[in-house]
Design a protein around this ligand. Structure first.
Ligand code: PEP
Ligand code: MG
Length: 327
């Protein structure tokens, strides 16, 4: 019950045989940060900054954003915080941003595409994040990157903003880490090329599943097809982890799969360095990991990779977890 799980909040996520994975929280506000810390978050793997924009009635300016980021960093006790730049469009709207109706909003004008089109607004956010980096271990992460050009443009905009701040005598962390989400299949497929240029990856399975399986993540009529145990998803994750590690880069996961205790044995075996999830999932995932051995997770993964449907994989994993008494 809850009291058993409570013991796991303050502990690291370590397997029986001593293999450790970092546990982060997905948050949007300072209140979320405080709760995440209570639940045992070791950092923030995903700060969804669009929640800050959605709560405002006009574009939040640099000082306003800086104050919010600084509050969150301080609430997190100076643990690492990955700030994701504005991920608007798709299912998320802003009252003060008129986007003409689109036939396919999830394939349209959203996230990094919108930001690169409105560089003045994007620059404000990057300056605020950079200035926040003077107060803690901040990292910058771009959403929805689908090609190298987008990554390079966004990355060089960070350098431009650093130059501005330097010229103004503003402080920021010169060595701030800049990474990207892997949530578009093209980025997963080209992970090796991206890995040469980024500081880190974080796999966003919510969108990666949607785009890889061509299943709208909001449409209940097709949600029986939406499954992160699909062998194509496991193959992409494995490829991304290998690409990152081959270039000496770390790779986390911040989509819903990271917070699924049933996925934990596969994610450990696949080699994810960090799992970031909603705060409510942290103790359950830490508990599940505490009952696993890396060696047996690797055997399970090898078996699973021989299977060809999500249903077969799910059944195999459930059998394994039942034997470990993890439900
Ligand atoms: C994801 O796509 O997996 C993700 C973490 O981002 P969001 O859910 O905000 O799209
Ligand atoms: Mg996403």
């Amino acid at each position: 019950g809850n009291s058993v799980l409570q013991n796991f909040a303050g502990q690291p996520a370590v397997t029986v045989d001593g293999y450790r994975v970092e546990i982060g929280a997905n948050i949007g506000t300072k209140a979320d940060a405080q709760y995440a810390l209570e639940q045992g978050a070791e950092g923030v793997g995903l700060l969804r900054t669009e929640l800050i924009y959605m709560a405002a009635d006009r574009w939040p300016d640099e000082e306003e954003q800086l104050a919010i980021y600084r509050d969150i960093i301080q609430a997190m006790d100076n643990k690492p915080v990955i700030i994701r730049t504005l991920d608007i469009g798709g299912d998320k709207a802003l009252p003060y941003l008129q986007i003409p109706p689109e036939a396919n909003p999830f394939l349209g004008y959203r996230a990094i595409r919108l930001c690169l089109d409105r560089q003045a607004l994007f620059g404000v956010q990057l300056r605020a994040i950079l200035r926040a980096s003077a107060f803690g271990a901040v990292q910058i992460m771009f959403p929805m990157i689908s090609c190298l050009d987008e990554w390079r443009q966004a990355r060089s905009l960070v350098e431009e903003m650093k130059d501005q701040l330097r010229a103004e005598g503003q402080s920021f962390a010169e060595d701030i880490q800049v990474g990207m989400m892997i949530e578009v299949p093209s980025a997963a497929i080209l992970a090796r090329q991206f890995a040469q240029e980024v500081d880190f990856f974080s796999i966003g399975t919510n969108d990666l599943v949607q785009y890889t399986l061509a299943v709208d993540r909001m449409n209940e009529k097709v949600d029986y097809l939406y499954d992160h145990f699909h062998p194509a998803i496991l193959a992409l994750i494995g490829q991304v982890v290998q690409a990152a590690h081959a270039e000496g880069k770390s790779v986390g996961m911040c989509g819903g799969m990271a917070g699924d205790p049933q996925a934990a044995p596969l994610l450990l075996a696949l080699g994810l360095d960090e799992l970031s999830m909603s705060a409510t999932a942290i103790r359950k995932v830490k508990f599940a990991i505490s009952r696993l051995e890396l060696e047996s997770c690797r055997n399970l993964l090898a078996d699973v990779l021989q299977l060809s449907t999500a249903g077969e994989i799910r059944m195999k994993v459930e059998q394994y977890l039942t034997r470990k008494d993890i439900r």
